[in-house]
Design a protein around this ligand. Sequence first.
Ligand code: GLC
Length: 476
Amino acid sequence: MSNQEYKNSWRELYKSAPTQLKKMSETKGLISAFNANIDAVIKVSGKNIEKILNADSFDSSILDKGGPTSINSKEDALRGITKCFAGGIAEEWLIGNEDVYHWLNEHIGFDQLQMGGQGGIVANAMAVCGVNPVYVHCASLPEQQAKLFLDLPNLLSVDDKGELKKAFDISRSEIPLIHWIIEFNKGDTFNYNGKSITCPKSNRFIATFDPLNFKLAIDKPFAEKFNHGRAPFEYIILAGYQMLQETLTDGLKGVDRIDESLKIVEKWLTATPDHILHFEVASTQDRVIRKYLLDKLAVISDSIGFNERELIDMLEVIGEEELAALCDSDTSSANLFKGMLKVREYTKCPRLQLHMFGLYITLQNKGFKISPEKNRNGMQLAAVVAAAKAGTGAIHDKDVLLWAADKEVSNAGLTELKKLSEEVESEISHNKLMELGIFTNDEIEIIAVPTIIIDNPVTLVGMGDTISSISLVGAR
Ligand code: GLC
């Protein structure tokens, strides 16, 4: 078959998207926990950076020195911004000092506030897709945070009296948790100490002030809502563990916080045995935490979701350093699939989903409760909605969700799908992944969907969270 013929046949398969979207409103409840925050997005120009360096009696020699990848002074913040600007790279550093938070407010500010954190982003995506009800956990929910939830009756959290209420209308007296998403443009330049630095690739630096999610603070009234089966749910989507570190301030241990959260989740699971538990891995810098999450949380999850970087990170902590290095140097679907098999072997998790540029791959146990066809339909819907988000900037309104429904799948996606099909051919068996996106044998089911790619996306923040949750809940 030619490339165009494959595209045409995928266009036929993708026609299920509107029906799948309608089915999402049949869902009987979903819990999205634990992290929601405020993303303060700001585009910073080279000129701005220069102004700050010049105005604030700033010792710019500090930019040439290395240092920790965390923020305890304004110099650290500037070092992070200029590092990502100069390298065209994305990093997230945590702010450990409240003075820097005030300094950033005053000197960097923001262009717009938007929903941040996996838990918050998933909750909004699920609610706009019609899931009813969506229960979202917030470590902090002042009015500023609440107003970033969609104004929808099916999106609930708990108020200061511990009652479930429309999240948009809640106003608890708690501090706002702010993550600065500092973006810069390719080709922009700043000068300092007689040097000129040009940004090679548009990217972003995230400076995170989030004392509550740093320690995975859990709102007790929310946790208790699901202990007795009175608030029914079908899905739990967990995320927000990635900010934990081995040792926290106040003498707390990161692993103890994980244990604490799992006790809560286990109570929910006992009260409502018929559920699907999904864990969104996210970029977890601390290796002790990363490993512990695989050993304790991935093993009790029905499903886990990750991107290519997060998969490589997992391989690094399960004794697969060599394969991790191979995936790092050649990030192809074939190598990443090898990695997925290793993570499956290690965690025994029955469903694993990778979202990479151009392709989504689900690897699950034969006979898993979501059939391969349902998975494929969910993944196609996720690709359509993700394209709408990338192309229009936001999925705040249900009318925009199918904006990309009749677009073709990408060449990059078909190329990666071909590599996967060849890998499966040589290691497992002949297959029709290119045409059908499904392969099964006695042990496993592989579902692979080439995606729609939007050139010059308006936004990429939160894309993975959106894809994982819609793939799962849209698979009905
Ligand atoms: C990270 C950032 C958060 C952002 C999210 C998107 O968790 O800290 O601000 O919204 O990624 O996935």
